[in-house]
Ligand binder design. Structure first.
Ligand SMILES: [Mg+2]
Length: 160
């Protein structure tokens, strides 16, 4: 039987969406009448296209999920998770500046799940290097979070 992780953790900027929430867009955000999510300059903001499918697949597998971001734009990031209807997927949200080791220490304390049962997707190599040292299976997201990246990550975890 395939070994699945008990906790899957996602970075936000350039992992779930194609921008830095503290730099490239202007909070606060809102949902416009056409259903799109927009920033305060009416610029449309979006997720990477396969992100809802990725989260839905993991939800279907019964895997617990979390978000971990080092952004300083804490309110904006949380607001986007609400507007994109993603908060229902995340049992834990660790969103604040600092080293991602801190985010994972808190995730471990809150969930009680050992690092060896976690998988982490992030686009930044330095976060991958830091969090790998804890014993978490870390997947460097090269372009965007997609179903293909999820499958490759789960295969890597199963072999770890
Ligand atoms: Mg990132």
């Amino acid at each position: 039987m395939t070994r699945f992780p008990r906790l899957v953790v996602f970075d936000l900027d350039y992992t779930l969406w194609p921008f830095w929430v503290d730099t490239h867009v202007e909070p606060p955000f809102h949902r416009s009448r056409d259903g799109s999510v927009r920033d305060s300059n009416e610029k449309m903001v979006r997720l990477y296209p396969e992100v809802p499918d990725v989260l839905e697949r993991l939800h279907g597998l019964g895997v617990t999920m979390a978000a971990a971001s080092r952004t300083g734009e804490i309110r904006g990031a949380n607001q986007l998770l609400e507007l994109f209807d993603l908060t229902k997927y995340f049992a834990y949200k660790e969103i604040y500046p600092g080293c991602k080791v801190t985010h994972f220490e808190r995730l471990q304390q809150k969930s009680g799940i050992p690092y060896s049962e976690m998988i982490f997707f992030d686009d930044e190599k330095r976060n991958i290097i830091d969090v790998s040292k804890l014993g978490v299976t870390c997947i460097h997201v090269q372009s965007e979070m997609s179903l293909h990246t999820l499958t490759k990550g789960l295969e890597t975890f199963a072999k770890s």
